[in-house]
Ligand binder design. Sequence first.
Ligand SMILES: [Zn+2]
Length: 297
Amino acid sequence: MPTLQHNASADNLIISKHRLSGSDVSFTPSPNTSGPFKDSFPDTIVIHFTAGSSLSSSVNVMTNPNNKVSAHLAVGRQGEIVQMLPFNKIGWHAGKSSWQGRTSLNQYSLGIELDNAGELTPNGEGFYTSWFGGVYESSDVFKGTHRNQTAPRYWHRYTEAQIMRTFSLCQLLCRQYGITCIVGHEEIAPDRKVDPGPAFPLDKLRSRMLGDAEPSHVDVAESNTQINTFDVPQPAVVRASKLNVRSGPGTHYEKQGLPLLAGDKVEIIDVKKGWAKVERTTTGWVSEQYLATVKAE
Ligand SMILES: [Zn+2]
């Protein structure tokens, strides 16, 4: 597996007067700011994905005054960087958020957006589609379980160049601004956000930048191919005397076929809002509380 070095100085990235410069770095100013940071801030970095179709389309969105969104930086799939706000100005990327006793993280943090389509859906023909209709080959897809979810889903992969550049950027920002905290949007707004998702090695970034136990490299191939144990269906036994199977995760979905009975063995293949998608002879959704999981043999 390739081991890639990341190093801000080797990358020639520098910050001067809160502006980044280096190769493949450009500045497209955004009017979407609430002004200068207070006191000693920023001390935090928030990592995002754009859920967009291209770097330029996402930069257009974040620099349009009508949209009321922005971030300090966007990183493209070739590792190119667009800065939109100087690092001493507050951006609008975190929204309603909280982390370790603080709320509204915008006032403490720099936002980095990575060009990535986000969650993908298999189209049944070997390809995967994004919410905006983009079509992706399986080689562009990462299957993994999100830290806020219990079953694997499909996610647009980040490129190695993009991950390496993000590591270099964070290293530089940590050094320059005394950053003490790196979080994903999914961690500070877990009820509404899933970015950057499991395809991004967020924990590795965090321990590499803020901890001291990690070696001075990140193995992208390893972090991209890791499959969660939930990838395997989870065996379970029905605990209720009679358990309705429904077409979706809720009592308002139609019942499907005969109910399951106490002791019936099923396999959980997905979990959503207290409902488990189970497989027996037919597939459907049941209330999760009436299942007991059993150890696989
Ligand atoms: Zn976000």
